[in-house]
Every structure is written in structure tokens, then in C-alpha cells.
Design a protein around this ligand. Structure first.
Ligand code: C6P
Length: 425
């Protein structure tokens, strides 16, 4: 795509793939898209929660339903074979995309949360005991934090947290102290969905491996917007969700090193994941199917592969540069406003999101006023309650950017925040 002066690619042309961006808002939300008072342009800045789906991906999914919708791995008939090939190929597309050795290392799940639960149950419950510890960080998403907390409670393993410094980065001295010879698992978010911090996964991996532990990186906020290579990151497990990267909901990915996945028991039992079943016992299918029990999310898996093709057609380096450009600009503009407190590191050191509060205005009120301006942001604890406790706030407002966002949309955000602040002054 041709790049206008300020962007790494042609954002205006790309927006044409997302008709939803053309809609206005302001009507009755109980009749989506049909409110009588629809009157302001949508400025969608809630991409860290869910991104939009471009027409080529929607078309790929529609084509599946229109022309070869069928169950996979079950029929000899033509449609089932076509669906099986497309679904299996989608695993290869994902493997190539993240640098995995092959489809054996790519398990399709419902989302990042399910990928984490899979490892926590299939590996953690079987392996951990009171002599072990699991190391998280204070900025973990509940998907990791609550899951390992539960596994810790059931196995007796100690769950400990690497501290977050005042600037929103990890205290690496604390990491070196907490990761020790009893550390069985380190589970760390690659990019914080609240602070925007980009964590040093490679360094943490080398610390962890020096103590013979395993490391699981949460890529929900990194895979959508930068090149990721699991071998280069040196992680044992990695997870992300399709719906934050131009793909559909209902599909996520667990990457695991093949030897580890081979050594683990299945997480769910039933059809699809077995090889031989008798009344007495059963044996398991090869990877990755051993971990994909029941009818999988077929259309969604094929849709995820289409989303990857779409992102690769833009170029992941260019997407990263675009996110950086918008995050830095938003950080700078919001920092200039009196009464605005921004969480996390400086504008040039963060992923494409900015969480903040305005003095004297509750995050929910602020986001409601922003909504009146057509600006869609997220307000709340962003599934990082303990981190918000540490920040000393119950909630924050978060603007998060993606491929189709523009500098003008950041300006619209800043204008709406200014108006809200002045209203409450
Ligand atoms: N964060 C957000 O608005 P799921 O819901 O399973 O697709 O992804 C969970 C998850 C895990 N880790 C990180 C870092 C995340 O950001 C998320 C999802 C959304 O921030 C919904 S809470």
C-alpha cells in the first residue's frame, strides 16, 4: 500500500475494507445501527478489546458457509475434505506467522483465556506441588492471574508477582530475586493491556531457563501489531486471540513446544482427539488434534488464517510503526492536558494503547461523555484489578489503536476528553 507522508501505509485506502468505520453512533443502542438519533461519526478506539474485521476476512468466512460448510475430519465426502484441508492449512498459516516449527505446535482454542487454562490444567495441575512456585507479574491480565491463582490453591504451589515500577516497567531485580530454582512456570504478558508496557520476554526467558523453569508469554496485545517469533522470544508457551487482530471471535491460539505438548495429558476429552477407543481405555490423536476435542471453530480458524494474510499484506513492521506513531501522538497530546494522569511508560516505549484518568471524573462518566462524541474507548479495570489497586484507582479509561486509526481520530479523542474535563471543572 502507498504511504502518504505521515503513515507507513495508505490508511485511507485500508479503511475502505472496514465499512463499520463509516457508521455513525448516537442512537438507541438496543436497536444497533438503527437509532433515530444516529448523528456523530464513529471513532473506534477500543481495539485492544476487539478489533474490526475487514471485508476480505468476512468474505472468506462467508465463502466457507456458502460453499463448503461441513464438519472436519469426519466425512469422506467432498465438502468435509475441503473444510478439513482449509482448517488444517489454517494451522500451518499460524505456525508460519509466529515462527513455530509446524502445525503440531499450534493448538486452536476459543481465545487466549482458554489457551492459558489449557496449560494450567493439562500441565499445571499434573505437575505442580507445594515445593514449586509460579511467577507472574503485577500487570497480568486476569486470564493468567486468576487461572494460576486457582492452580496454586489446588496444588499448593506458591504464586508470586514481579513488581511493577512507578514508570510502569517491570522491576527486573525483583524478577531475578523471584525466579529461582523452585520456579516451575513464569507467565508474563508480552504487552500490558493497561500500561502498554512492552515486557522483555527474551531476558525473562533466559532467567527462567537458567533455573530450568518454563515460560508462557501472553501475546494477546502483541501478535496483532508487531512481528512475533516464538523461537526468537525463546518461550515455551505463547497465546493470542483472533478477535484482536482483524479475525473473528471464537478462535485463539496456544503455541507450545512440541516435546512439552507431547508430554501433556489432554485438557478436554471426547471426539476428534482420540485415536482408538475401547470400553476400557482410549488413546490420543497426534498433535495438535489431541488438544482440539469436539467440533472445532472451523469457520473461525479459516477466518483467522485470512486475517493473518490480511495483516501480512500490510506488513507487521509497518503496523508496528503505525501503532507507535499513534500511541506516541496520543500520549503527547493527552500529557499536555491539565488534570490528565496517564499510566505506563513514555509514549515512545509503549504498545498502541493509552490508559488514563481525568481528575475528578469517574472513568465511566468520562467514557460515557466520549461516547456522546462518537469516541469508543474502554472504561473499567481492563481485567487487571490488582494492578489498578496498585495504581490507587478503581478504574481507568483506555484508548487503543489499530491499523485503520488516524491522527485525526486521536485529535477527536483529545477534544472530547478536554470537553469532559471542562464540564466537570
Ligand atoms: N483483553 C481488553 O480489553 P480473550 O478475552 O481470552 O480473548 O483475551 C484475554 C486477554 C489476555 N491477555 C491480555 C493481555 C488481554 O488483553 C486479554 C484481553 C481485553 O483488554 C478484554 S479484557
Amino acid at each position: 500500500m502507498e504511504a502518504p507522508e505521515q503513515y507507513p501505509f495508505d490508511v485511507a485506502a485500508l479503511r475502505a475494507d472496514f465499512p463499520i468505520l463509516e457508521r455513525s453512533v448516537g442512537g438507541d443502542p438496543t436497536t444497533p445501527g438503527e437509532g433515530p438519533d444516529d448523528d456523530v461519526d464513529l471513532v473506534y478506539l477500543d481495539n485492544a478489546a476487539t478489533s474490526h474485521t475487514p471485508d476480505p476476512v468476512v468474505e472468506t468466512i462467508a465463502d466457507y458457509y456458502r460453499t463448503y460448510n461441513s464438519n472436519v475430519h469426519r466425512g469422506i465426502h467432498q465438502l468435509s475434505q475441503e473444510a478439513s484441508v482449509a482448517y488444517e492449512d489454517a494451522h500451518d498459516t499460524v505456525a508460519d506467522f509466529i515462527g513455530a516449527a509446524g502445525r503440531e505446535e499450534v493448538i486452536f482454542t476459543k481465545n487466549t483465556t482458554e489457551a492459558m487454562n489449557l496449560v494450567a490444567y493439562a500441565w499445571g495441575l499434573e505437575t505442580l506441588g507445594p515445593e514449586d512456585n509460579v511467577v507472574l507479574t503485577e500487570m497480568e491480565h486476569h486470564a493468567s492471574l486468576v487461572t494460576w491463582q486457582q492452580i496454586g490453591a489446588r496444588t499448593g504451589a506458591d504464586v508470586r508477582y514481579i513488581e511493577v515500577e512507578a514508570d510502569g516497567t517491570l522491576d527486573m531485580d525483583d524478577a531475578a530475586a523471584k525466579i529461582d530454582d523452585d520456579t516451575a512456570m513464569v507467565s508474563v504478558v508480552h504487552i500490558s493491556n493497561t500500561l502498554g508496557t512492552v515486557n522483555p520476554i527474551r531476558e525473562l526467558a533466559s532467567m527462567t531457563h537458567a533455573h530450568d523453569g518454563l515460560i508462557f508469554a501472553d501475546g494477546a496485545q502483541s501478535v496483532p501489531n508487531r512481528p512475533v517469533d516464538v523461537v526468537d522470544l525463546d518461550v515455551d508457551f505463547f497465546a493470542f486471540s483472533g478477535h484482536k487482530m482483524c479475525g473473528p471471535t471464537g478462535i485463539g491460539v496456544l503455541y507450545g513446544r512440541q516435546a512439552l505438548l507431547e508430554s501433556m495429558q489432554p485438557y478436554l476429552y471426547g471426539g476428534e482427539m482420540i485415536r482408538k477407543v475401547t470400553f476400557e481405555e482410549s488413546t490420543w490423536e497426534d498433535l495438535p488434534w489431541k488438544f482440539e476435542a469436539g467440533t472445532p471453530s472451523i469457520a473461525q480458524g479459516i477466518g483467522l488464517a485470512a486475517a493473518i494474510d490480511y495483516l501480512e499484506s500490510i506488513g507487521l513492521e509497518r503496523i508496528e510503526a503505525h501503532e507507535e506513531l499513534l500511541a506516541e501522538y496520543a500520549h503527547e497530546q493527552l500529557s499536555d492536558l491539565d488534570g490528565v494522569e496517564i499510566y505506563g511508560p513514555g509514549g515512545d516505549e509503549r504498545g498502541g494503547l493509552v490508559a488514563f484518568n481525568v481528575d475528578g471524573v469517574h472513568a465511566h462518566d468520562l467514557s460515557s461523555i466520549l461516547n456522546d462524541y462518537g469516541v469508543a474507548v474502554r472504561a473499567g479495570d481492563h481485567c487487571t484489578q490488582p494492578l489498578h489497586d496498585k495504581l490507587g484507582v478503581a478504574a481507568s479509561v483506555r484508548a487503543s489503536f489499530y491499523v485503520y486509526n488516524t491522527v485525526e481520530e486521536v485529535d477527536a479523542l483529545v477534544e472530547a476528553v478536554t470537553a469532559a474535563r471542562d464540564l466537570f471543572a
